[in-house]
Design a protein around this ligand. Structure first.
Ligand code: DMJ
Length: 577
């Protein structure tokens, strides 16, 4: 080959590779891939900034005070608004470390996970004179331990063989035993408070909340399955059944009640504080344990929520006896609801609410604890944002269900706001007032258990491959195992993928509509429910939630309105957005 020819070939190769490079840069898939890589690193840095500072300045105490680089033994303070009966000698239970266990594994840090497990195995004790909130201790501590135990024994997590001897399960069982005295009430509803060393204290308050007494079943049920001791599951199940039996004729529950008399104290309720995880645990318990009864309760409760609380994309509160609206308020905790709706396949409703929450996030930079919808203003005393995860959580579920890259942008915006407004040298601080962005000296453990975890999973969901998980209300993953099912729905046992992905692939319509739509063929036992509500649902014509025209979109199950196809190719009730 002459020199001239050789040069020509070099030029041709150069031109082709430049063209290929350009093509790959403009290729939306590779753009998405790069974005995910960048974002997962950003979230990883965020997690470790919170974690390392906790380990440096607060461990083994419960939570980090990031402004003063000190600690708080807050397990005994959680839910204790008036800070009554605080213990004298309680030195913390490494709460943030327990809450970080599953996140460490999801971020792929097996070494730190193993180190943490070994420290907890040798040092953690629950034989402490501390009065704790049963619900908070259940979701954070018991849930953290049970989940980490299940991850530790999962062959895929490569725990150094022979080093783990079920120590986390032993700790979890010890804690579970300490919970049991709380359930010794005439109703079976547990006391909201228990002293870990001495049981229920004399003259203990008999007031509890719906979420406090009705969302214990995932953790206590899992503990029973793992230990073979049915006491934990039985206690939580009995309480849940009792609570459900106290619902009104409208299938609504209040927010607080008395564990001795079973009488309601606060009749107004919604999907936010004091109630939220009750709904979440009904559907998740059904997925985890396969018991039809959970599904039946959830189905009736869900329909009642959509009927009495929903107003367009918003959810207000209503009186359980009359169904009349009481408070028109958006609360930060409500932002978990679209995630639950994704689990039951109600994607359009989930999307429209999620968008509204995100608009509020964009307006303030974070989500205020309470916003008065009727006055369009912040609640005068609840202007704070304690690093809550709920919006990130729903964003994660919606991205899993739709793969719409818009949710990745939402995640990016949440991440950037957190870094901009709440990151300080000593960790991440809560916001005391979203209108001034003045900070509070507190890094809540759920920031590591949930906020960082859901943001990370948006950009790297490799943890979910080949396993089905249910995330507890505190973001701790529990594997869905057919062995735990009383009756496992067949379509899920075949799944190799996550539960959510499988559900969206298998079913033409949402899981809810299969239950409530009379037009569908179903077993005799289900036909009874189908007569109850919503004769209007028409399933989407396509199975992947992507549409080309409005004709591909059916009729919404709860509002009976025709759905239309968005520019991005998703069916929904776009009038609201
Ligand atoms: C978490 O502790 C749990 O998600 C709980 O159910 C309510 N919300 C907080 C975080 O906001």
């Amino acid at each position: 080959m002459s020199i001239r020819h050789w040069r020509t070939w070099v030029l041709i190769i150069f031109l082709i590779s430049t063209a290929l490079l350009k093509l790959s840069l403009s290729d939306p898939d590779s753009h998405l891939c790069r974005k995910k890589l960048l974002m997962r690193e950003k979230v990883r840095r965020m997690f470790y900034h919170a974690y390392d500072n906790y380990m440096k300045y607060a461990f083994p105490h419960d939570e980090l005070k990031p402004l003063t680089k000190s600690f708080t033994d807050s397990l005994s303070e959680l839910g204790n608004l008036r800070l009554e009966h605080l213990p004298q000698n309680y030195k913390g239970s490494a709460l943030t470390l327990i809450e970080s266990l599953s996140s460490l594994l999801i971020l792929g840090n097996n070494t730190e996970f193993e180190r943490a497990v070994s420290w907890l195995s040798e040092n953690l004790t629950f034989d402490v004179d501390a009065r704790v909130n049963l619900f908070e201790c259940n979701i954070r501590v018991l849930g953290g331990l049970v989940s980490a135990h299940m991850l530790a024994i999962d062959s895929r997590n490569r725990f150094t063989p022979g080093t783990y001897k079920n120590e986390l399960l032993t700790l979890a069982e010890d804690l579970g035993q300490r919970f049991l005295p709380a359930f010794s009430t005439p109703t079976g509803l547990p006391y909201a408070w228990i002293n870990l060393k001495y049981g229920v204290m004399a003259n203990e308050t008999t007031e509890t909340s719906t979420s406090g007494s009705g969302s214990l079943i995932l953790e206590m049920g899992a503990l029973s399955k793992l230990t073979g001791n049915p006491q934990y599951e039985a206690a939580a199940f009995r309480a849940l059944r009792k609570l459900w039996s106290l619902r009104s004729s409208l299938n609504l529950l209040g927010t607080t009640l008395d564990v001795v008399t079973g009488k309601w104290i606060e009749h107004s309720s919604g999907i936010g504080a004091g109630v939220d995880s009750f709904y979440e645990y009904l559907v998740k318990a059904y997925i985890l344990f396969g018991k039809e009864e959970y599904w039946r309760m959830f189905q009736s409760a869900y329909v009642a929520v959509q009927k009495y609380f929903r107003h367009g994309p918003w959810y207000h509160e209503a009186d359980m006896r009359t169904g009349h609206a009481t408070y028109w308020q958006l609360t930060s905790l409500q932002a978990f609801w679209p995630g639950v709706q994704v689990l039951v396949g109600d994607i359009a409703a989930a999307n429209s609410s999620h968008r509204e929450f995100f608009k509020v996030w964009e307006r303030f930079g974070v989500l205020p604890e309470r916003y008065l919808l009727d006055h369009q203003m912040l609640h005068p005393t609840e202007k704070y944002y304690p690093l809550r995860p709920e919006l990130a959580e729903s964003t994660f579920y919606l991205y899993q269900a739709t793969k719409d890259p818009w949710y990745l942008e939402v995640g990016e915006s949440i991440t950037d706001s957190l870094n901009l407004h709440t990151k300080v040298k000593g960790g991440f601080a809560s916001v005391r007032d979203v209108s001034t962005m003045v900070l509070e000296d507190h890094q809540h453990s759920f920031f590591l258990a949930e906020t960082c975890k859901y943001l990370y999973l948006l950009y790297d969901d490799s943890f979910l491959v080949d396993r089905n998980y249910i995330f507890t209300t505190e973001g701790h993953p529990l594997p869905v195992l057919s062995a735990w099912h009383d009756k496992f729905p067949e379509e899920y046992t075949l799944a190799n993928n996550t539960f959510i992905q499988r559900a969206s692939k298998v079913r033409r319509a949402s899981a809810m509509s299969l239950q409530v739509c009379p037009a569908m063929t179903a077993s005799t036992s289900r036909q009874a429910y189908q007569k109850l509500e919503s004769a209007c649902h028409v399933a989407d014509a396509r199975i992947d939630y992507r549409c080309l025209t409005d004709e591909d979109c059916g009729v919404d199950a709860t509002s009976c309105r025709r759905r239309s196809c968005s520019i991005a190719g998703f069916c929904g009730l776009w009038l609201f957005v």
